[in-house]
Design a protein around this ligand. Structure first.
Ligand code: ATP
Ligand code: MG
Length: 308
């Protein structure tokens, strides 16, 4: 499913003294098949943006389509907003949001805080039963198979954890269970808000491997919000940089991190490889890499070999 977003704006508490403009004319297309990154400093609108993609936030402001009125069109007239995910038009009141959410899964930041059921099995099964069509409740057998598959995908053994309370698991395991509860419906688009936040380096690596496995398997498009530029450089096809509710840049990691100074001026970090490229450049050595560690090392070695 292709995600098309044009002129998307959103204000929290609109019309009140606490109004906060979180998105301001965002235009962005995410192609089916991408592993897309959403970056930007805190408060730049990342979470607000991704929560639109499965209709969790629907907009009194941005979803108003422009309707010609009697008065003359003025320059200040809000432009028409477009928000489409595959065949779903999220600006339409008639959209079947339940059907949409079955196909567009959302993992919130620190999803383990949303575990609630008395057993892991019940927690993971919840999404499955919740999204089942009326009159098509899955059988006990089907639920067990789907839960077991989802747990195996996140690296957990059904027999070991299914009957445990999610609250008796370790932090990393809880996060996996929470992710299993979203992927149990095998969404075509999976959106994760800071999925690796708070995990140790090994946990982060395992999580990214898991996401790539899903991506190559049945999940066509992955969208991750991240603060970690190394994670973006290593994993993403493209990334959008949010700044004050707008898109400051949207490009491949190679293109993005070649504008290191611009990113630094937006208060963002750059990957370690980009820092090394800059440090070498200051010493007169140009390395043209895509900012993954592997490509950086290959290009450095090739250069060294060339000189030897
Ligand atoms: N529920 C809310 N009510 C009012 N304002 C909000 C709410 N949620 C977010 N905001 C405001 O909207 C803006 C964008 O917030 P958002 O959470 O989308 O940013 P973010 O890029 O996800 O930040 P972070 O990196 O801290 O998660 C900020 O100014 C924030 O204060
Ligand atoms: Mg956020």
């Amino acid at each position: 499913m292709r995600i098309v977003c044009e002129n998307l704006s959103y204000t929290y508490n609109e019309g009140s003294p606490f109004a906060a403009k979180a998105l301001d004319g965002v235009t962005l297309t995410i192609e089916e098949g991408e592993f897309f990154g959403v970056i930007g400093h805190t408060g730049s609108g990342k979470s607000t943006f991704v929560q639109h993609l499965n209709g969790l936030l629907r907009l009194p402001t941005s979803l108003k389509k422009y309707k010609p009125k009697k008065r003359k069109k003025s320059e200040n007239e809000a432009p028409m907003s477009v928000l489409r995910v595959g065949e779903f038009d999220l600006t339409s009141k008639n959209t079947d949001f339940r059907a949409l959410r079955k196909r567009v899964g959302m993992v919130f930041q620190y999803p383990e805080y949303q575990l609630f059921a008395e057993t892991v099995e019940k927690d993971v099964a919840f999404g499955l039963e919740n999204f089942a069509e009326k009159g098509q409740k899955p059988t006990e057998e089907e639920v067990k198979r789907a839960v077991s598959d989802a747990l195996a995908t996140v690296g957990l053994d059904y027999n070991e954890v299914a009957s445990k309370s999610p609250f008796d698991l370790s932090g990393g395991q809880k996060r996996r269970v929470a992710i299993a509860g979203v992927i149990v419906t095998k969404p075509e688009v999976l959106i994760l808000d800071e999925p690796a936040a708070g995990l140790d380096p090994l946990g982060k690596q395992e999580l990214m491997e898991l996401l790539h496995k899903i991506h190559g398997d049945w999940c066509k498009t992955v969208v991750i919000v991240s603060h970690d530029m190394d994670e973006i450089a290593e994993n993403c096809t493209r990334a959008a940089v949010f700044s004050e509710g707008k898109i400051a840049m949207c490009a491949s990691p190679k293109e993005l991190f070649s504008h290191a100074e611009e990113l630094l001026s937006l208060g963002l970090d750059i990957p370690l490889t980009a820092k090394l490229v800059l440090a070498l450049k200051e010493r007169g050595i140009e390395i043209d890499c895509d900012y993954t560690v592997e490509d950086f090392v290959q290009k450095v070695l090739a250069r060294k070999g060339g000189r030897a």
